[in-house]
Design a protein around this ligand. Structure first.
Ligand code: NDP
Ligand code: A1CAB
Length: 265
């Protein structure tokens, strides 16, 4: 368990998910976490779990050592400018999960602060995130702490900052892409006879199983696909029709479009 007190500035979708994961994992005592936002009514569940809920960012920062910034990209500059006087490079470490805001940008807003960028996804709420991490001006010890924290909340990978936008697309947006794939499977499953609950369970568990084959067994997807595609069988017939309709191509184009949205605006 972490002895450090953690402030999460911006308790929206991701900020709340991080708090949930920190509580569930036992990494932090609920009372050592403070989550801020202007309208705190949406944080009732976290409050009931013992997490401190605040509208006052400065107060949250003063009573914490680790500051997780989970604001919308367009809010970061203004909010951090206001909090500059409360941030102490000797006491605090800043972890930004904000999309598209570089360590250089952050260091420009709050000079001298140790900054780590992290890119988790919403599965962090259930300790199943993949979190990409990069640091330019944090100490080895601070970086170790951040990695340990996110290791409790899923898996981590250290990357160069130049790959952070790509990490956002593949890991963070990727949850939505995967869920849309599952939804399409559910819709197909209903069309061929299943009720929605059964179709959802089969579709979700099947995707989980496929992912586990890659993660646990370190296999290439095509190696596993070869085991399923009986010659002249129904799998290859369905798979080829999906490819004729642009399945892989649409996913690759979607990933590329998502990436360009971050880098070109
Ligand atoms: N959602 C995701 O899956 C992921 C998001 N990200 C990044 O994380 C960041 C947050 O995204 P997301 O959680 O989706 O966005 P949300 O809009 O859900 O969360 C941002 C929160 O910030 C709060 N906020 C706004 N102004 C202030 C302020 N002055 N002080 C304190 N809190 C404030 C808002 O609440 P209120 O209006 O009540 O103040 C809001 O709940 C973004 O930069 C996003 O790109 C990264 C990876 C994944
Ligand atoms: O859609 C977005 O812009 C954010 C970044 C990653 C996930 N959600």
């Amino acid at each position: 368990m972490s002895a450090k007190k953690i402030a999460i500035i911006g308790g929206g979708n991701l900020g709340s998910a991080i708090a949930q994961g920190l509580v569930k994992s036992g990494f932090s005592q609920p009372s050592d976490i403070t989550v801020t936002k202007r309208n705190t009514s949406t944080l009732a569940d976290l409050k009931a779990a013992g997490v401190q809920v605040e509208t006052d960012n400065a107060k949250a920062i003063r009573q914490s050592e680790v500051i997780v910034v989970a604001l919308k990209p367009y809010n970061v500059r203004e909010v951090l400018q206001q909090l500059k006087g409360d941030l102490d490079p000797a006491k605090h470490i800043l972890i930004s999960v904000v999309t598209g805001v570089s360590i250089a940008d952050l260091s420009h807003i709050v000079p001298g602060m140790p900054v780590v960028r992290a890119m988790p996804n919403t599965a962090i709420a259930i300790q199943e995130s993949i979190t990409c991490i990069c640091a330019a001006n944090a100490s080895e010890e601070q970086l170790r702490y951040v990695k340990t924290m996110f290791d409790q909340l899923g898996a981590t990978v250290s990357i160069d900052e130049k790959l952070m936008d790509a990490a956002t697309v593949l890991g963070a947006c990727g949850i939505a892409f995967a869920l849309r794939f599952i939804r399409a499977n559910i819709q197909g499953g209903i069309e061929i006879g299943f009720d929605v609950r059964t179709a959802s369970l089969i579709a979700a568990q099947t995707v989980k199983g496929a992912a586990e084959l890659l993660i646990r067994e370190n296999r290439h997807p095509e190696e596993e696909i070869d085991k399923v595609t009986t010659p002249k069988g129904c799998t290859i017939a369905g798979l080829n029709e999906m490819e004729h309709q642009g399945f892989s191509s649409s996913l690759i184009k979607g990933i590329s479009t998502s990436y360009n949205k971050i880098v070109k605006g």
